[in-house]
Write a protein that binds this ligand. Structure first.
Ligand code: SF4
Length: 308
């Protein structure tokens, strides 16, 4: 997998050129969320290190930026980006090369650390997630590294809100039978009152999750919960549409790259790469025949995911 990927359509951010700071061969994260679309985390870590060599990331940034037709550059991907200790330096590098807003999508588990807050503060928008405000639910839903306490994460987020002048779009992933319980929602609501994010995005399980039992809430349930969180809250909408021409790159490789990062629908592929449906269908059929990818049905929708 390449370090820079996309652009991919994002429901929150428009067209996003992604930078993945995590290793290509295994998922590295502080959590093992039951709904994770990347799959299970087999080795959780809290150590900030160099999961991808800094020189490789710098080279990828220099080769890909600036770039036209994107709304944001986002540090995201197949794990937790704050686990790379040079995150702050990479944000500086992107900002020196283009004026496109920089976003970091983080699970916020290390935000009680001053060095992590210092790095995140360089971004224009930070998208932290917080799925639970009680330790019991945090452990059930996000299956954290044993060293993590949700009260410390909330304290860290509050500190970051005080220090950071940029935008915070906080994301809550709601899973049926887990954090949709009234007491859990009330605890989250109290946390939001402390954290004062600019926006609160409510999501549910849309793509195939790490655990099949992680189920989605209905649109009506999501709307009802959004009311509880006040005017800053909204339910995440569909990704943007676009009429784009495909680049000259090898399309098959680009489709495979997309699918390796997360399960995607045919529509995701056509919109993201600007392909006609017939062309995209031919490519996925070929990748299925070669056993590179497979079809998975989730919530009545067909997704394509890596064959493993
Ligand atoms: S959903 Fe995000 S935070 Fe949770 S395990 Fe997957 S990559 Fe980590």
């Amino acid at each position: 997998m390449s370090i820079v990927f996309g652009p991919v359509p994002s429901r929150r951010l428009g067209y996003s050129l992604g930078i993945d700071l995590l290793p290509p061969d295994h998922k590295l994260c502080t959590l093992d969320c039951i709904y994770c679309q990347v799959g299970c985390t087999y080795a959780k870590s809290l150590k900030r290190g160099l999961p991808v060599p800094t020189a490789e990331v710098n080279r990828a940034i220099d080769e890909n930026l600036p770039k036209n037709g994107i709304d944001v550059v986002s540090f995201s991907g197949s794990g937790e980006p704050t686990l790379h200790r040079d995150l702050g330096q990479f944000i500086d590098r992107v900002k020196n090369r283009c004026r496109t807003p920089v976003v970091v999508i983080t699970n916020a588990t290390l935000i009680d650390r001053p060095d992590v807050r210092h790095d995140l503060a360089k971004a224009d928008i930070v998208v932290p997630s917080l799925d639970a405000a009680t330790q019991t639910m945090f452990e059930k839903l996000d299956r954290p590294h044993a060293g993590l306490r949700v009260d410390r994460i909330i304290d860290g987020l509050e500190e970051f809100r005080r220090e950071y002048p940029g935008k915070i779009f906080l994301e809550i992933m709601l899973v049926k039978g887990y954090n949709d319980d009234p007491a859990e929602l009330m605890a989250l609501r109290r946390a939001m009152d402390r954290l004062r994010p600019d926006k609160i995005h409510l999501n549910t399980v849309v793509r195939p999750p790490a655990e099949e039992y992680a189920q989605a809430l209905s649109p009506a349930e999501l709307e009802r919960i959004a009311q509880m969180f006040g005017p800053a809250a909204s339910v995440a909408g569909p990704p943007p549409t676009a009429n784009r021409s495909p680049d000259d790159d090898d399309l098959e490789t680009r489709v495979l790259e997309m699918i390796r990062r997360r399960s995607v629908t045919l529509e995701d592929i056509t919109k993201s790469l600007g392909l006609h449906k017939i062309v995209a269908t031919k490519i996925v059929e070929k990748l299925i025949a070669e056993k590179n990818i497979k079809r998975v049905v989730h919530g009545g929708v067909i997704y394509f995911r890596e064959f493993y």
